[in-house]
Design a protein around this ligand. Structure first.
Ligand SMILES: *[C@@H]1O[C@H](CO)[C@@H](O)[C@H](O)[C@H]1NC(C)=O
Ligand SMILES: *[C@@H]1O[C@H](CO)[C@@H](O)[C@H](O)[C@H]1NC(C)=O
Ligand SMILES: *[C@@H]1O[C@H](CO)[C@@H](O)[C@H](O)[C@H]1NC(C)=O
Ligand SMILES: *[C@@H]1O[C@H](CO)[C@@H](O)[C@H](O)[C@H]1NC(C)=O
Ligand SMILES: *[C@@H]1O[C@H](CO)[C@@H](O)[C@H](O)[C@H]1NC(C)=O
Ligand SMILES: *[C@@H]1O[C@H](CO)[C@@H](O)[C@H](O)[C@H]1NC(C)=O
Ligand SMILES: *[C@@H]1O[C@H](CO)[C@@H](O)[C@H](O)[C@H]1NC(C)=O
Ligand SMILES: *[C@@H]1O[C@H](CO)[C@@H](O)[C@H](O)[C@H]1NC(C)=O
Length: 459
């Protein structure tokens, strides 16, 4: 399919006479096809026997057997730590948090590697202590429940991880400017792990971010629900950092910040069938803060519904950064009452002070938007705010239909180049008219022999 599109694109560029455009990077675009979540994988994922239906020769390690009370107020931390030690050191074990009860657990690091493919069966609720005053940052950092160095673990069970974040939210400087700006913990963190599956779990009321995947590889998340109040500050739903080969599907996310945020050193991230709202949308970034290097490549979002979010499909970078965002495809996205449905912002500034103008920027290229439609709350339904020094390039719009309720939709471009084909509403002429370089190339390309493009298409 992508190969056909690629061929089509090349031919289209050909007919436009833009044959001189360097297509070597476009190979990455065609490779994006391979990023689609494999159906086979999914089947394997769904068919895992439910605990209880097929106990096989698994060894059950129940937190209750280690003295957990599960009344929501007794401190069950020690029981969880002891049960973890047992489960992690026993091959074929199941770490069980039983249904119907609520376990209060302090900040804990559950460390691997474990003896086998551990199953973490969360059927009940795990709740965090709610008072920021008792949080020991030196000891815990920003991690409430952290899982480290695991290989091949499976989290499932239909249970709930609840960060009890409301007091943290109230103490945020974003809620009340007289509060000092301090960090808050993440509810669930998976760190330096690989081959992890997380299925059918709810993560809610994160103190700050709800679920972070960090420094990990080969992570599959399926049927996860994330929720925090719309006005809770910085409560990203799922935050992916320094991680590769992450598949996120069939998930419903509604929070006070990005539904999904993908940041530095992450690649090959696939998202499929995502519901987002309320929240700030699906974001790549922010990247490049404090003149840092930010690199994200190979991101696909397929089949998403965004409702009432403050942004839709967003790429956000700070001025002064470096690095790049490349090979991103957003497709089959429906929006309802979304502000900034399609936005690239190379001037992102989430700071109480306004940001200084700087010349360097995180480079953004090969960004495809296909089959994106719905209603916008902001007049700018497409906004490509790119830096003059580091323009956005190879942006592709295909089958776009975005409108405001009163029919006043507009497109804004600065320093953004690319092409559009198929139905595009509102029309995005600024995508190429703002590009002097591409115009020159298009002019020059008129004399190019057509075979050129065929050769390109065989890459
Ligand atoms: C095409 O781009 C690649 C990498 O971006 C670069 O190495 C190469 O020199 C470019 N080729 C031409 C003909 O500009
Ligand atoms: C959990 O936190 C509470 C409140 O800070 C503290 O009193 C208790 O000792 C902690 N439990 C463990 C097992 O460290
Ligand atoms: C994870 O493993 C690495 C490498 O073996 C080690 O340095 C690190 O301390 C481990 N992390 C935890 C939390 O145990
Ligand atoms: C902000 O915090 C200050 C000090 O804690 C408090 O006096 C004030 O009422 C708060 N403002 C709002 C709007 O909550
Ligand atoms: C981003 O990742 C690269 C390596 O992939 C690293 O060199 C750089 O320091 C990272 N940037 C930040 C802000 O951590
Ligand atoms: C930054 O650039 C904008 C637009 O070029 C300009 O209006 C603004 O005054 C500049 N700000 C500073 C602090 O130089
Ligand atoms: C875009 O939408 C059309 C019409 O609904 C559909 O036929 C096509 O497969 C979609 N494209 C992709 C990449 O899914
Ligand atoms: C680019 O410009 C051409 C000619 O000016 C126009 O026909 C085409 O629709 C423009 N592309 C987009 C994406 O608007």
């Amino acid at each position: 399919m992508a190969k056909i599109l690629f061929l089509f694109l090349v031919l289209l560029m050909g007919t436009l006479g833009a044959g001189n455009i360097n297509f070597s990077d476009e190979v990455i675009l065609s490779e994006l096809e391979d990023l689609d979540a494999e159906e086979g994988d999914e089947a394997d994922f769904f068919d895992l026997p439910r605990w209880g239906a097929d106990r096989g020769n698994k060894i059950l390690v129940n937190v209750d057997s280690f003295g957990a009370v599960g009344d929501g107020s007794s401190d069950d931390t020690k029981a969880f730590v002891d049960a973890w030690k047992q489960a992690c050191s026993t091959p074929k074990s199941v770490f069980l948090v039983p249904a119907g009860r609520s376990y209060l657990v302090n900040a804990t690091r559950f460390r691997g590697p474990c003896a086998g493919r551990l199953r973490v069966q969360i059927e009940g609720t795990i709740v965090a202590p709610d008072d920021p005053k008792n949080w020991d940052f030196t000891k815990n950092g920003r991690i409430w429940l952290g899982f480290f160095n695991l290989t091949g673990a499976l989290f499932q069970g239909g249970g709930v991880i609840d960060g009890s974040g409301s007091k943290w939210w109230a103490a945020s400087c974003k809620k009340n400017k007289t509060n000092p700006c301090v960090a808050a913990p993440t509810a669930l963190t998976i760190y330096t792990s690989s081959g992890i599956k997380v299925k059918d779990i709810t993560i809610q009321n994160g103190q700050q971010m709800n679920f972070v995947i960090s420094r990990s590889d080969s992570i599959q998340i399926n049927g996860v629900k994330v929720s925090a109040s719309e006005d809770s500050p910085n409560t990203d739903g799922i935050h992916i950092t320094e991680s590769t080969n992450v598949v996120l599907q069939n998930s419903r996310i509604g929070t006070g910040d990005d539904c999904v945020s993908i940041v530095n050193a992450s690649s090959n991230i696939k998202m499929k069938r995502i519901y987002c709202g309320p929240g700030h949308g699906i974001s790549i970034g922010s990247l490049g803060k404090d003149n840092s290097v930010g690199i994200v490549t190979g991101v696909v979002l397929d089949n998403a519904f965004l409702k009432g979010t403050t942004n839709g499909l967003r790429i956000k970078t700070w001025q002064g950064g470096s690095g790049y965002v490349r090979a991103v495809r957003f497709q089959n996205v429906m929006m309802q009452d979304v502000s900034n449905p399609i936005i690239i912002d190379q001037f992102y500034c989430d700071s109480p002070k306004s940001c200084q103008n700087q010349t360097s920027a995180v480079e953004i290229s090969e960004i495809v938007y296909r089959n994106v439609s719905g209603t916008s709350k902001s007049r700018n339904v497409i906004k490509f705010a790119c830096s003059d020094n580091v323009p956005c390039s190879h942006i592709v719009l295909n089958n776009i239909n975005l409108e405001t309720r009163d029919g006043t939709a507009e497109v804004y471009c600065n320093s953004a180049t690319g092409i559009g084909y198929g139905y595009i509403h509102p029309s995005a002429e600024c995508l190429n008219s703002s590009d002097k370089k591409i115009e020159q190339k298009m002019d020059a390309g008129l004399d190019e022999p057509r075979e050129e493009y065929i050769v390109h298409s065989e890459l």
